[in-house]
Design a protein. Structure first.
Length: 93
């Protein structure tokens, strides 16, 4: 089902990687020059992680399930005595 983006263009509800790359290229090109300096750290971080971010549009997988588990293990590690993070991670499975 097509949707309308903030720019007014009609896009697919589930864009593929090529569409996502084109959209990010348009977004980066649209950053006004007066905002380039203040947003440079964010843009640099995005450019560094861009391949990984765009990979989502190929496989539709995220680490959203694993991250809370790792947080739980880290809390167990803080509260536990004598266990390393690696040991606790192995015990999780």
């Amino acid at each position: 089902m097509p949707t309308t983006s903030r720019s007014g263009s009609t896009t697919s509800a589930r864009p593929d990687r090529a569409a996502a790359e084109a959209a990010t290229d348009r977004w980066l090109a649209s950053v006004p020059s007066e905002f380039e300096r203040p947003f440079k750290p964010s843009i640099d971080a995005f450019m560094h992680w861009r391949p990984h971010i765009l990979r989502y549009f190929e496989h539709r997988l995220t680490s959203g399930y694993i991250e809370p588990l790792n947080g739980l293990i880290r809390r167990m590690n803080v509260n536990g005595v004598g266990y390393s993070f690696d040991v606790l991670r192995r015990k999780r499975f």
